[in-house]
Design a protein around this ligand. Structure first.
Ligand SMILES: Cc1ncc(COP(=O)(O)O)c(C=O)c1O
Length: 393
């Protein structure tokens, strides 16, 4: 199998970011990177806030937030009336969990590809309410049909009160057939929370097409928004039952205002977030998606080759537009989360390269992303320098 061709670079794109040029940033997925134009827009909003805090908070702020929300919802193909801005995906998940009114012996079903902090949140809500968390194993190489079948078999109608499933998983960079999973869950009357943290800006799927009861997505990863910008999209039948984590002045206003007005906090990330979507559109959303996915595929292959991984053993994320890919690490590396973190740190320090090192089901994986500011030579350099580093254990 020949190495796939890297994409044509998007000229000048790196200059749109303030990333340290001495470092290869191959892990856009974890915390994103905010284009300079978006940073500037947020700073201008902060300047306005500091020029007259009273006026900023009391004159028109909720209208400005609603305007940003409508813009972002439309960008994501979500119902603007069913969308609330929240600080991050983790918050969106916690809001849903504590709004369910779980009772002892109710069950929350999730998969072993779930994001660690989300699993911890489910565990805490179960401890608080007496509900039970059940984690369904899904093999990394399961086909979409097998994934849907496992979900169908695992649900216990009448007892499973929520299914939590990722649209694009973090630890395993796997695209799950979210719409098909939602459909089988709904056949059995089970509501679904789709954790789509990585979807906004990366995948073309609209939120509406997934049909979930609850959908959370981060704008601050692939949609170039300032950090602290995420959405929780809620189906009509649930909206009035959704309670914020913190009760504030808009509590009686219902969804989404009661979620969005979270007392005195910095709302400038939400107000500047549409500039991120604008930056993405200016570059060409389809062009950016195609570029990033092709670059991640190229990087997976060159680094995989350097680590002696046969191309057929490189996990396929399950969709051509996925811009983060996994490479298996040699045995006995990153077998625990702590070991994975330590290795990630060692790669950052010794190779001036930011990657994600994942530990999933006792095996270690390298996760590489592609973004407009990356170039093929960054992966090629990693391919040369990583094997000797891994050899010195
Ligand atoms: C699948 C998934 N869910 C949730 C999160 C949490 O996102 P945040 O830290 O913005 O809440 C992440 C972050 O990487 C993620 O990958």
């Amino acid at each position: 199998m020949s190495v796939p061709q890297p994409p044509e670079p998007i000229p000048g794109a790196r200059l749109l970011f303030s990333l340290d040029p001495a470092v290869s940033h191959l892990n856009h997925g974890s915390f994103g990177a905010v284009p300079i134009v978006v940073q500037r827009a947020q700073q201008r909003l902060r300047d306005e806030m500091e020029a007259n805090p009273l006026r900023f908070f009391t004159q028109g702020l909720s209208d400005r937030v609603a305007h940003a929300r409508r813009h972002l919802a439309t960008f994501l193909g979500a119902d603007p009336d069913g969308t609330a801005l929240v600080g991050n995906a983790t918050t969106g998940v916690a809001v849903v969990l504590q709004s369910l009114g779980l009772r002892p012996d109710d069950e929350i079903l999730s998969t072993d590809h779930g994001y660690g902090a989300v699993t911890l949140s489910i565990d805490r809500e179960c401890r608080r309410t007496g509900a039970v968390s059940r984690v369904m194993p899904v093999p990394l190489d399961a086909t979409n049909e097998e994934v849907v079948q496992s979900v169908r078999d695992a649900m216990r109608p009448g007892r499973t009160r929520l299914l939590v499933v990722d649209q694009l998983t973090s630890a395993t960079a796997r695209l799950f057939p979210a719409a098909a999973i939602v459909a089988v869950a709904h056949e059995q009357g089970v509501p679904v929370l789709v954790d789509a943290a990585h979807v906004p800006g990366m995948l073309p799927t609209t939120v509406a097409s997934v049909g979930a009861d609850f959908w959370v997505g981060n704008l601050h990863k692939w949609a170039y928004a300032p950090r602290g910008t995420a959405v929780l999209v809620v189906a009509p039948s649930w909206r009035e039952r959704i309670e914020p984590l913190v009760v504030s002045w808009e509590q009686e206003a219902g969804f989404p205002a009661r979620l969005e007005w979270q007392a005195t906090q910095d709302y400038t990330s939400w107000l500047a977030a549409p500039v991120g979507a604008f930056a993405l559109r200016s570059l060409g959303v389809d062009r950016v998606r195609a570029h990033n996915a092709r670059l991640a595929r190229y990087g997976q292959r060159v680094v995989g080759d350097a680590l002696g991984v046969a191309p057929e053993l490189l996990p396929d994320p399950g969709g051509p537009e996925v811009a983060m890919r996994l490479i298996p690490l040699p045995p006995n590396l990153a077998t625990t989360i702590e070991a994975a973190r330590a290795l990630q740190q060692r790669i950052a320090e010794r190779l001036a390269t930011e990657v994600a090192v994942m530990s999933w089901n006792g095996a270690g994986w390298l996760r590489l992303c592609g973004q407009v500011y990356n170039s093929p030579d960054e992966y090629e350099r990693l391919a040369v320098r990583l094997p000797p580093l891994l050899a010195q254990r």
